[in-house]
Design a binder for this molecule. Structure first.
Ligand code: OGA
Ligand code: NI
Length: 387
């Protein structure tokens, strides 16, 4: 069977068509390379190119062949594409359409569903700052979190990351909730299929992750994102600052506007950032830190960020983490006498809580009058905060 493996010419042509100004950015950056650049951030940006990622065909019935291909991708960057994933164009288009409708609402309407302690709802511009060392402001994006719906009659409903979602008023956005619930369900199905391949690629039973103890009641979060502005790494301004994802698997659907970059070697003296182009019909997938911990550092949770070119950009990441009380510890197949576990065991929900709190503004601080007290970078400002 022929392996689907996109060649870089195809990706470049395709993404430039869809991403309009993407080419300009690439050209600008190579021109910059020739000028004198002293700051670290400028130097970083001087060698941007496009990434060539593996493509996994989820309709391939030869799971072992797919697992082998996946393993290569996970050792290299943990970023890959999936095709034939079964999420229809109609479902995806509807989710993007409804997402745009939400973000187009007046600010007062969006603030009615502001993110609560359960991490559900609207996150305004600049709410998140994943890389405070290099960011002078929070991310130039607004978002909306939709988590796993755990009903009140469930004994665990009040656990962190479980519970009920918060929804925009259905009179204002009819059908919105149904659209997002459908996408959420579909995305979870795809993640479970990927989890099977991941298990095989780590020499585990196919159902190792997709088991009641691990993904029986997963913490799965759909996030709608809307980016605006122009990034300038030399000034510490980003769509999303450099970060790795916290969990197990992230699916990323985008509207085709270029912006996502990955850095395969975070410890390199000169960080090299590569664009990840969108491909029609394919979903970008990346592994998060839990997967890196499970695999004892074998599989990569790669640093990534979003650079904006002035065009509006919409994306829909879907994050999957295992059950609330699942313990993330080195897998039996990833350790030996000569390769002892490198990370201490952690409980899924405790780890996630810590990571969310580190990177997001606290819910209580939305209500404070003096926001400079709660934001570390001095130049933070909150245009959505009136008073
Ligand atoms: C994220 C993320 C990338 C994008 O939400 O964690 O990396 O393209 N998003 O929106
Ligand atoms: Ni991310």
């Amino acid at each position: 069977m022929q392996m689907p493996y996109y060649n870089v010419d195809y990706i470049a042509t395709h993404s430039i068509m869809k991403g309009s100004n993407a080419k300009d950015i690439l050209v600008n950056n190579s021109n910059k390379e020739m000028s004198e650049m002293q700051t670290k951030n400028q130097v970083e940006d001087s060698i941007i190119q496009e990434s060539l990622l593996t493509c996994i065909d989820l309709a391939n019935s030869d799971l072992h062949q797919s697992a082998l291909l996946l393993k290569k991708a996970c050792l290299d960057s943990g970023f890959f594409y999936v095709i034939n994933h079964g999420i229809s164009k109609e479902v995806t288009d509807k989710a993007f359409e409804q997402s745009k409708k939400f973000f187009a609402l007046p600010s007062e309407e969006k603030m009615k569903v502001l993110k609560n302690e359960k991490h559900r709802g609207y996150t305004p511009l600049y709410d998140q700052i994943p890389d405070p060392e290099n960011q002078v402001q929070g991310d130039h994006k607004e978002g909306y979190y939709i988590g796993s719906e755990v009903p009140r009659d469930d004994p665990q409903w009040d656990r962190p990351f479980y519970g009920l979602n918060t929804w925009p008023n259905p009179d204002v956005l009819p059908g919105w909730r149904e659209t997002m619930e459908e996408y959420h369900q579909e995305a979870l199905r795809v993640c479970k299929a990927i989890a099977k391949l991941l298990a095989l690629s780590l020499d585990l039973d196919a159902d190792y992750f997709d088991s009641p103890e691990m993904l029986g009641k997963p913490i799965s979060t759909l996030r709608l994102l809307h980016y605006e502005g122009i990034s300038d790494p030399s000034k510490g301004i980003y769509g999303t600052g450099a970060h790795s994802d916290y969990g197990m698997i992230t699916l990323l659907a985008t509207d085709g506007v270029m912006g996502l970059q990955i850095c395969k070697d975070r410890n390199a003296k000169l960080q090299k950032w590569e664009y990840v182009p969108s491909i029609e019909g394919a979903i970008v997938v990346n592994l998060g830190d839990m997967m890196e911990r499970w695999s004892n550092g074998l599989f990569r949770s790669t640093l990534h960020r979003v650079i904006l070119n002035g065009q509006s950009r919409y994306s829909i990441p879907f994050f999957v983490e295992p059950n609330h009380d699942c313990i993330i510890e080195c897998l039996p197949t990833c350790q030996s006498e000569n390769n002892l576990p490198k990370y201490p065991a952690i409980k899924c929900s405790a780890y996630l809580t810590q990571r969310y709190e580190e990177s997001h503004l606290k819910f209580s601080s939305y209500k404070k009058t003096n926001l400079s007290e709660v934001c570390s970078p001095p130049s933070f400002h909150y245009p959505w905060f009136s008073s």
